[in-house]
Write a protein that binds this ligand. Structure first.
Ligand code: SME
Length: 151
């Protein structure tokens, strides 16, 4: 099963209409994205809880590590730089944090609120090498912007 981002965006918009609780939004996005595509083996948010620190938020998949400083891992790089991290081979990424040894590739996107503050990063891990492409980054960025720009 391969995700159709246009359908996914409409589904999430319908499910989250009128909702402005960040955890409710993150939980719903996580669930809908995770089940939309067989490539997605771990899907979830790490929230900015204080300067330079991410903590686990809603997720689906196996156990995720609880705390990630901005200077560590793929998630930290996305939080630090504000740029999407598309990692084709996690073993080639310096400082990658292996929560699951089965993970081969990873896509992490920054999440901003309406004021432009970074509130979280959204992380998808795949057990397949080189699982993600620019279409995934763009499709997910659109979903995140639609969903969290209302906060
Ligand atoms: N691999 C991530 C850590 C989070 S987990 O994979 C769930 C990273 O390097 O930031």
């Amino acid at each position: 099963m391969r995700v159709d981002y246009s359908t996914l965006a409409k589904t999430i918009a319908a499910l989250t209409a009128g909702e402005n609780d960040p955890v409710a939004l993150m939980a719903t996005v996580t669930c809908e994205v995770h089940h939309s595509d067989d490539r997605f083996n771990w899907t979830g948010f790490y929230r900015v809880v204080r300067p330079e620190l991410l903590k686990i938020g809603p997720y689906q998949g196996g156990h995720g590590c609880l705390v990630i400083p901005f200077d560590r891992g793929v998630c930290g790089a996305a939080a630090r730089t504000g740029q999407v991290q598309l990692v084709a081979d996690v073993d080639a990424f310096p400082g990658h944090i292996a929560c699951a040894s089965s993970t081969r590739s990873e896509l992490v996107l920054p999440v901003w609120n309406r004021a432009g503050d970074l509130i979280a990063v959204f992380d998808i891990d795949s057990d397949l090498p080189d699982a993600f492409d620019q279409a995934d980054a763009e499709g997910l960025a659109a979903v995140l912007a639609d969903t969290f720009a209302k906060l």
